[in-house]
Design a protein around this ligand. Structure first.
Ligand code: NAP
Ligand code: 8YV
Length: 325
């Protein structure tokens, strides 16, 4: 470690903050909270001194441009579609994210959501809590089961592979679609999402958000999945045409869906809430204290590594070339 005094370095924290990260940032840096990432709120004092951002929400190009001394945006979460990383890369600003430390937790959540969706556990528990078991007898036999199903993973990256390992343990064959085949992976590969959807009855989406995946899960993909089809989304809401999904669920063109993520969070379309064959979670994929603390630590450790050694731990590809000024 260099002898640099980190307490002299100003790190801006726009918006709400993870508690564990807040405590460590306050102890380590000159931490300055800001209501939100809005260039209008940037004072001349901030312009002169902010060198880092700990981002718990979106950071756009205009906000970066308002901070001429900015060197690094350390973003909370593996998905960084809300940070304009391409702009940062062009401006020589480092962006980091929090991969790996959340992979197994998110894969666990995906399996829970899949089971909840197919076997209706959330409805069965509500039935018990409402006293209906004693009054009306056993909960209904579920029309859905994982038995005999074949899974397709859209986004066979770190989390996709962790989900695939769990699906194998559940006795389900696995296929996948990425833009590129993953070397050394024995699962069946499909060069298009439609072809993957045609060959499976359970589609699990875990791709990043952004232009290349926007509304990729559309009516054509859902129809290819078919009437027994189950769709699970643990990636990003922007990757789904939500109106097409609600219509396919309502019309029985697919069987059920389990969603942890939505296009306009925290707003969930009423058309999805109204559906009995949808299981909906409020973006809790990584939301345990254990995993969120590990993510928070990685945000802070990236800032420390950058300012003390000019080497971040987990740079995003768009800014991997950026060097310290
Ligand atoms: P990752 O290792 O980078 O995996 C992403 C995978 O998606 C890669 O295999 C990539 O392969 C594929 N992909 C990317 N763009 C694609 C496209 N246009 N078409 C087809 N495939 C594409 O990331 P990860 O760590 O697994 O995380 C994945 C995402 O999960 C995150 O970006 C985030 O949005 C989401 N997430 C959600 C939660 C939650 O709480 N619900 C928590 C964590 C993460 P190719 O590059 O070969 O296409
Ligand atoms: C977090 C996520 O809920 O890592 C991601 O990409 O979506 C989740 O782990 C999110 O980043 C919290 O803001």
């Amino acid at each position: 470690m260099s002898g640099i005094d980190l307490k002299r370095i100003t790190v801006l924290v726009p918006g709400k903050l993870n508690d564990h990260a807040a405590r460590r940032l306050e102890r380590t840096f000159d931490m300055v909270p800001l209501d939100r990432a809005d260039p209008q709120l940037v004072t001349s004092e901030l312009t002169a001194k902010v060198r880092g951002i700990a981002a718990f929400g979106g950071i756009n190009a205009a906000f970066m441009d308002a901070l001429p001394k900015l060197e690094i945006v350390a973003s909370f979460g593996v998905g960084y579609d809300s940070v304009d990383a391409a702009h940062a890369g062009r401006q020589g600003i480092m962006v980091t994210n929090t991969p790996d430390v959340l992979t197994e937790e998110v894969a666990d959540t995906a399996m829970g959501l899949l089971l909840n969706t197919v076997r209706e556990f959330w409805r069965a528990e509500t039935y018990l809590r409402e006293g209906r078991w004693a009054k009306e007898g056993p909960y209904r036999l579920t029309p859905g089961t994982l038995r005999g199903r074949k899974a397709g993973i859209f986004g066979m990256g770190r989390i996709g592979q962790a989900i695939a390992r769990r699906l194998e343990a559940f006795g389900m064959p696995v296929a996948y679609h990425n833009r590129r085949l993953v070397d050394g992976l024995a699962y069946e590969y499909h060069p298009t999402l439609v072809s993957l959807a045609q060959s499976v009855d359970t589609l699990i989406s875990v791709v990043p958000g952004g232009a290349s995946t926007a509304k990729a899960v559309n009516a054509e993909v859902l129809d290819a999945l078919g009437r027994d089809g189950v769709f699970i989304n643990i990636g990003r809401g922007s990757t789904v045409d939500e109106a097409a999904l609600a219509a396919a669920l309502r019309e029985g063109r697919i069987f059920a869906a389990g969603l942890d993520v939505f296009a306009d969070e925290p707003h969930v379309p009423q058309a999805l809430i109204d559906l009995p064959n949808a299981s909906l979670l409020p973006h809790v994929g990584s939301a345990s204290i254990h995993t969120r603390n590990a993510m928070a630590d990685l945000v802070v450790d990236n800032l420390i590594a950058w300012f003390s050694e000019a080497k971040p731990i987990t740079a995003v590809p768009e800014t991997a070339h950026v060097k310290a000024r």
